[in-house]
Write a protein that binds this ligand. Structure first.
Ligand SMILES: [Zn+2]
Length: 203
């Protein structure tokens, strides 16, 4: 099922007015979100196919597998796929090396990141400084905040926060597949942040 194309790009303003993304930057941060730089991809069949997500059941964490690359360069790579037609790949969010968060796709639409789970999963790509795939402190902190806030937004708990590995067995996010303790710690940090966010939200 596809959203009918009007021929007009959905701009940032009309996107933020959609009910599924209601609130806007100030409200999101009051609810515990990190600052989100909304840089939506131009709709195209290689990275933003505009296929609706009926229900969000999971949030999947990835690593870029491209050490030192920035959030915006990963976003622009997805954007350029419309032209290069090299691959079908994208992500809802990319978390950068300075903790910056770039949103590429509305959470009401599918990304191409998590294979069979694309239909009901929000994907978060995380940048990393080196080949180990371990996130630096800034990236880790923003990824935890973003994931926790999305959990509160969609009524999910940490059982529904998964690695790409948990879907396909792919070594992604590499460091958190190879070091299960680090993944367990990240999920604990997300759980604590979910509680903090609900307190911020008065729930
Ligand atoms: Zn992945």
């Amino acid at each position: 099922m596809r959203i009918e194309q009007s021929g007009l790009e959905i701009d940032q303003q009309s996107w933020s007015q959609q009910s599924s993304e209601g609130g806007g930057q100030e409200q999101w941060q009051a609810e515990g979100a990190p600052y989100i730089d909304v840089e939506l991809l131009t709709p195209n069949s290689y990275s933003r196919p505009q296929i609706p997500i009926e229900q969000v059941n999971y949030i999947a964490i990835h690593y870029t597998a491209n050490p030192g690359s920035t959030a915006i360069s990963n976003r622009n790579y997805f954007e350029n796929l419309a032209t290069t037609q090299d691959n079908k790949v994208s992500s809802h969010f990319v978390v950068g090396l300075d903790g910056e968060v770039v949103q590429c796709i509305p959470t009401s639409e599918m990304s191409y990141a998590t294979n069979a789970r694309n239909v009901d999963t929000i994907s978060i790509e995380c940048c990393h400084p080196d080949e180990t795939g371990q996130f630096n402190d800034a990236t880790y902190s923003s990824a935890v905040k973003l994931t926790a806030w999305l959990c509160t937004r969609f009524g999910l708990d940490t059982d529904q926060v998964i690695r790409h590995y948990d879907v396909t067995g792919k070594d992604c996010p590499k460091y958190y597949v190879e070091n299960p303790d680090a993944w367990f710690r990240m999920k604990s940090d997300i759980a604590a942040q979910i509680q903090t966010d609900y307190e911020l939200q008065g729930k």
